[in-house]
Design a protein around this ligand. Structure first.
Ligand code: NAD
Length: 359
């Protein structure tokens, strides 16, 4: 099995690559531009494995991607490369349109031409998994869950660009017959998460005794999934998902943002005590524009049709995550130094006071 993974130096992509190489024994070509969000240090456990290879390339570069297909001859593509931070998309949407829309278009076109040249089982079994987010569905009220039938209603430049890329992926299946499967997942957390996102930011700020920024009143709800559960789900969807279908991925772990931050403080009080509780560092900051109130995933289709089930719940996963950050300063230290931590995503960003951003 040869799998071309895009974005394999990022948070979820690196979990996917580690799973495919170390657990499944597959050959992987990781195609990644190494933006600020990508680092090969997330792949130290597999980088010397004979089954792993790396190509530094931009998914918008048609020639480089086309060559990657021809030389690697993949059986499958798992397309994760994206600009992924909502706050950054508010401050500067162009990179999101370039990578998420044009980059996905380029991936689909190169895959289509490569696939058209295959024959027999190689052609019949080829799959292109397009990895996306539940944010394409917009915001839920107090009740209800996102299903695969929920209409698209994106709020941010990030989710709009992902919605566009989902539509392109579906269109390439319907129009050209490319064997595409789409997955839409809820918020991930876990090891190797870039320190600008809510959970790692709060853990690291708590370690350093800095303010723990919470948007608005902290009541926004996210449905959290441990990243290694997502990686296992993506492999299953790529392997057994029906062509042309969407699969929602989520762990049934809804939490208010303030409850996530409070739980991290409790764990930090237990694992790395300070004279006063870490919860005294919680600071409410101005809300993000267009901040969706609630996301929650109905993963019944994935669970019943493909037999996936999350192995971690939020309590087990968040404790693993806090312990990982406490033990792995070698990984996050250099990233944290290179990342100023100023808040992004305010409409008046240039003049905005420098508060730290979160997810
Ligand atoms: P990330 O920002 O951590 O990593 C993105 C990776 O893509 C990085 O390694 C980066 O270098 C690479 N990349 C960016 N632009 C590129 C380009 N033009 N060419 C090649 N490589 C490029 O993102 P993530 O959180 O790991 O998300 C991965 C995918 O999963 C994305 O498609 C995202 O939309 C989706 N997703 C994320 C979440 C989440 O909670 N993080 C939830 C659901 C879906």
């Amino acid at each position: 099995m040869r799998i071309l993974v895009t974005g394999g130096a990022g948070f979820i992509g690196s979990a996917v690559v580690r799973h495919l190489v170390a657990d499944k024994g597959y050959d992987v070509l990781n195609v990644d531009k190494l933006t600020y969000a990508g680092t090969e240090t997330s792949l130290t456990t597999v980088k010397d494995n004979a089954s792993y290879r790396f190509l530094k390339a931009d998914i918008c570069d048609h020639a480089a991607i086309s060559n990657a297909f021809e030389s690697f001859q993949p059986n499958r593509v798992m397309h994760l490369a994206a600009e992924s931070h909502v706050d950054r998309s508010i401050t500067g949407a162009k990179d999101f349109v370039d990578t998420n829309v044009i980059g996905t278009f380029t991936m689909l076109e190169c895959a289509r031409h490569y696939w058209a040249g295959l024959s027999g089982d190689a052609k019949a079994n080829f799959r292109f998994l397009h990895v996306s987010t539940d944010e394409v569905y917009g915001s839920l009220g107090d009740k209800g869950l996102f299903t695969e039938e929920t209409p698209y209603d994106p709020s941010s430049p990030y989710s709009a660009s992902k919605a566009a890329s989902d539509h392109l992926a579906k269109a390439w299946q319907r129009t050209y017959g490319l064997p595409v499967v789409v997955s839409n997942c809820s918020n991930n957390y876990g090891p190797y998460h870039f320190p600008e996102k809510l959970i790692p930011l709060v853990i690291l700020n708590a370690m350093e005794g800095k303010a723990l920024p919470v948007y608005g009143n902290g009541a926004n709800i996210r449905d959290w999934l441990y990243v290694e559960d997502h990686a296992r789900a993506l492999n299953i969807v790529a392997e057994r998902g029906r062509v042309g279908e969407t699969y929602n991925i989520g762990g049934r772990n809804e939490r208010r943002n303030i409850d996530v931050v409070t739980r991290i403080c409790e764990l930090m009080d237990k694992l790395s005590p300070k004279p006063i509780s870490h919860s005294s560092l919680i600071t409410y900051v101005d809300d993000r524009p267009g901040h969706d109130a609630r996301y929650a995933i109905d993963a019944t289709k994935l669970e019943t049709e493909l037999g996936w089930k999350a192995q971690e719940n939020f309590d087990t996963g968040i404790e693993k995550t806090v312990r990982w950050y406490l033990d792995n300063a070698w990984w996050w230290g250099p990233l944290r130094q290179g990342y100023a931590g100023s808040r992004l995503g305010l409409l008046n960003t240039p003049a905005a006071p420098s508060k730290e951003g979160n997810a």
